[in-house]
Design a protein around this ligand. Structure first.
Ligand SMILES: Cc1cc2nc3c(=O)[nH]c(=O)nc-3n(C[C@H](O)[C@H](O)[C@H](O)COP(=O)(O)OP(=O)(O)OC[C@H]3O[C@@H](n4cnc5c(N)ncnc54)[C@H](O)[C@@H]3O)c2cc1C
Length: 336
């Protein structure tokens, strides 16, 4: 059981900044995110795009903003459970919640702050019969740790940056023993330099590039042993492999958040704008995941909401302590 002061569900920009604001109040945070890395939409959807409306930054790449937020949070030693979705919140006492993930990891705290953005990013799965039976038995939709594929034969499917980048990485670093990249079309959607690199590696015989083709079948006893590939003109053939990794992107869905007894409106959590609390005392919702009159789904609005919510959370945890607002210019940053 991981114990902390504040469990933050969602490690997007808003959840990350909340660590800093909690730290100023001497409250410790533990974050849970279904993605394998922090940063939410900024890391997953547009890491290389410049953002122009973060105060004090005339322009900052989304990925760079995430790095800076991590750096700002670092003195407060946050904990992270990454690559796991929070699926259950149990209120076991007036001041005690237990949050459980899909992998069974349990977290306990007096406060839960939901910073779940657009919800859990779920993988887009190809329509292959029996695919689910091989999940975690050779079928993975996200590459969490490339070392997992050391010495293995991998068939990656997809035509975007994720498929291209991982095919290159697993080949260039000599991790996988064999990499095949299967894509429906002859052209790719990813960055031009990544496409060129894949072409070069294919010419050198290091990537087995199979275009105008789709993986249509999968088989094996206890784990993946073969995939069936259907080529537009050459028909079907089997390919032996240890892993099948379809990388067709992720789609957001509110997911388990919708089942926690929270008041939901317009696919978001209704909050009281005095402190961004939800209808369940002790649970707050900040950032894109909440809704109220005049709501704007902007990063800077989420930063404000987290700051206000944490003041309220502090008063809940320490009802007898007076909290006087202290400027960072006066007090500096006293880490843990
Ligand atoms: C292309 C694009 C451009 C944008 N440009 C701008 C801009 O210029 N300026 C601006 O202010 N905003 C911009 N935005 C919007 C901005 O990205 C969002 O407002 C911001 O990401 C919201 O942050 P968040 O932390 O609330 O949520 P998110 O960034 O969505 O992060 C939420 C996290 O919660 C996780 N999560 C959800 N449910 C669970 C669960 N049950 N268990 C575990 N984890 C969970 C998700 O995996 C995700 O990582 C843009 C968005 C897009 C898509």
């Amino acid at each position: 059981m991981i114990k902390t002061d504040i469990i933050i569900i969602g490690a997007g920009p808003v959840g990350l900044f909340a660590i800093f604001e909690a730290g100023l109040l001497k409250l410790k945070c533990h974050l849970i995110d279904s993605l394998p890395q922090p940063g939410g939409q900024c890391s997953e959807i547009y890491p290389k795009k410049p953002i122009y409306d973060i105060p004090g930054y005339p322009s900052v790449l989304a990925g760079e903003l995430v790095d800076k937020l991590m750096e700002q949070a670092e003195p407060f030693k946050p904990g992270f459970t990454l690559g796991e979705a929070a699926v259950k919140i149990d209120k076991v006492a007036e001041d005690k919640f237990i949050v459980t993930t899909d992998k069974g990891t349990q977290h306990e705290a007096p406060i839960v702050m939901i910073a779940g953005g657009l919800g859990v990013f779920e993988p887009r799965k190809p329509p292959i019969e029996g695919l689910e039976n091989y999940e975690d038995k050779g079928v993975e939709y996200i590459i969490k740790d490339p070392e997992f594929y050391r010495g293995k034969r991998c068939v990656i499917a997809g035509g975007g940056d994720s498929a291209l980048d991982w095919a290159i990485y697993l080949t260039d670093k000599n991790i996988a023993s064999e990499v095949s990249l299967v894509h429906r079309r002859s052209s790719f959607r990813g960055h031009l330099d990544s496409v060129q690199r894949v072409m070069d590696l294919a010419d050198q015989g290091k990537i087995n590039l199979i275009t105008e083709a789709e993986v249509v079948g999968i088989d094996g006893n206890d784990k993946v042993e073969n995939v069936t590939i259907k080529h537009k003109t050459d028909g079907e053939f089997k390919k032996e492999t240890d892993h099948f990794i379809p990388l067709f992107g992720l789609k957001p869905s509110l997911g388990p958040i919708a089942d926690w007894g929270l008041e939901i409106e317009k696919n978001a959590i209704k909050v009281d704008t005095r402190d961004y609390s939800t209808n369940i005392p002790g649970i707050y919702a900040i950032g894109d995941v909440n809704t109220y009159e005049g709501k704007l789904k902007l990063i800077l609005c989420g930063f404000h909401e987290g700051t206000i919510a944490l003041q309220s959370a502090f008063a809940r945890i320490y009802p007898d302590k007076k909290n006087v607002l202290k400027y960072t210019t006066v007090n500096g940053v006293q880490g843990f």
